[in-house]
Design a binder for this molecule. Structure first.
Ligand SMILES: Nc1ncnc2c1ncn2[C@@H]1O[C@H](COP(=O)(O)OP(=O)(O)O)[C@@H](O)[C@H]1O
Ligand SMILES: CC(=O)OP(=O)(O)O
Ligand SMILES: [Mg+2]
Length: 405
């Protein structure tokens, strides 16, 4: 029996690492931080001790090139060590890793051994922007602390309950099976956490509520959750399908790819990069950050207005579709960077959808708060809510539940 109760959570993205150190006895957040723009000259690390030996020490920030994820994670380990809460601590019970793609095999949190790591590596072609960084995180943490369990928590896991008719693409079945082509869905940790928190906010049992969750960050996805079980989501084989995102196109006619190859002469890798990194808001107006898009649109910039309108139009289509999938919707929930902060997006998505029971109260919608809150008018048929996501806490809970039993 161990008394170690700390969990370090690493959420490695394509060019960033978000991390938190939690004491699960509370749970108490001991430290949180972020390394961004990894691989660029202007990298930035922000570290904040929040509780424990270094509490009150204040936020520390350092800028300057951080070449790759390995270097970033070593810098994170050094910051934690400087607080007296390093990876060498006997209190560390587990390291929880966000792993974006779990394929068909991983639908539960999993303790990582060599074989599991090899399998995560083999899924890189299905999540080329994400799984490589996840693998590096695992390698670095293991090298620093081989005796502590490393636990993978998969973005795809929550969506594994999707019925076959939602998960299947309508393509030749033998080809689909041979190449494991199906809709997996992502951001599952967030969709799970937020749909549960929404039920709590409404004061109703999770099993009784039907929720549409809109996770709008850099990557963005929608999900339909019936009684706590995911029945549909907008991302597919990879995190490219679905909504208009910061740099990703979301849905398009697959023939666009053939056309670009045949008529445009682009290679498969060039098309991949175009659709994943140079499309979405960035492709439409030159900015991928919603704050910038809103500012420019407010100044009357036509391409920013178009980008905003296209972003919102896609969201409306998904809200309508998921209303049909669920039959009855109790709450529409906004989360992640854009969903939590951009009241303009929330307002625009429900505009004209009174027929679906959707509306926001402009005053409630304009409030800025880190707390979960309802922003629809009193008595509305469907509650519209803002629920801040906490992928790190959810990953820590799942990792700790696995190692502490
Ligand atoms: N105040 C705000 N208003 C509008 N958008 C915001 C605001 N704050 C953050 N965002 C948007 O949130 C996005 C990042 O969301 P986040 O959930 O942190 O993404 P990720 O975890 O995918 O990196 C950025 O595109 C940014 O534009
Ligand atoms: C899966 C995915 O799109 O993740 P992120 O939003 O972190 O890029
Ligand atoms: Mg995110």
């Amino acid at each position: 029996m161990t008394t170690a109760s700390r969990v370090l959570v690493l959420n490695s993205g394509s060019s960033s690492v978000k991390y938190q150190l939690l004491d699960m006895a509370g749970p108490t957040r001991l430290a949180a931080g972020l390394v961004e723009r990894i691989g660029e000259g202007t990298s930035r690390l922000v570290h904040e001790p929040l509780a424990g030996p270094a509490a009150g020490g204040g936020r520390r920030e350092r800028t300057g090139a951080i070449g790759d994820h390995r270097e970033a994670l070593e810098a994170v380990a050094a910051e934690l060590a400087a607080d007296g809460t390093g990876l060498d601590s006997p209190e560390l019970a587990a390291v929880g890793h966000r792993v974006v793609h779990g394929g068909t095999r991983f639908t539960e949190p999993t303790v990582i051994d060599d074989e599991v790591l090899a399998e995560i590596r083999s899924l890189i072609p299905l999540a080329p922007l994400h799984n490589p960084a996840n693998v590096t995180g695992i390698e670095v943490a293991r090298a620093l602390r081989a005796d502590v369990p490393q636990v993978a928590v998969f973005d795809t896991a929550f969506h594994a309950t999707m019925p076959e008719h939602a998960a299947r693409y309508a393509i030749d079945a033998a080809t689909a099976d041979r190449y494991a082509i199906r809709r997996y869905g992502f951001h599952g940790t967030s969709h799970a956490y937020v749909s549960r928190a929404a039920a709590k906010l409404l004061g109703r049992p999770v099993a009784d509520v039907n929720v549409i969750v809109l996770h709008l960050g850099n990557g963005a996805s929608a999900s339909a959750v019936r009684g706590g079980v995911c029945v549909e989501t907008s991302m597919g084989l990879t995190p490219l399908e679905g909504l208009v995102m910061g740099t990703r196109s979301g849905d398009l006619d697959p023939a666009v790819v053939f056309h670009l190859a045949r008529v445009g002469g682009l290679s498969v890798d060039e098309i991949d990069s175009l659709l994943n990194k140079k499309s979405g808001l960035l492709g439409l107006c030159g900015d991928n950050d919603m704050r910038e898009v809103l500012r420019r649109a407010g100044d009357g910039d036509e391409s920013a207005r178009l980008a905003f309108a296209a972003y919102v139009h896609r969201l409306k289509k998904y809200v309508g579709a998921y209303t049909a999938v669920l039959g009855r919707v109790d709450a529409l929930v906004f989360t992640a960077g854009v969903g939590e902060n951009a009241h303009q997006v929330r307002q625009a998505v429900v505009d004209g959808l009174a027929g679906l029971g959707l509306a926001v109260d402009p005053q409630a919608n304009a409030v800025r708060s880190p707390e979960p809150r309802v922003v629809s008018p009193a008595g509305a048929r469907v509650a519209v809510a803002v629920v801040p996501t906490d992928e790190e806490l959810e990953i820590a809970r799942q990792a700790y539940a696995l190692v502490a039993r």
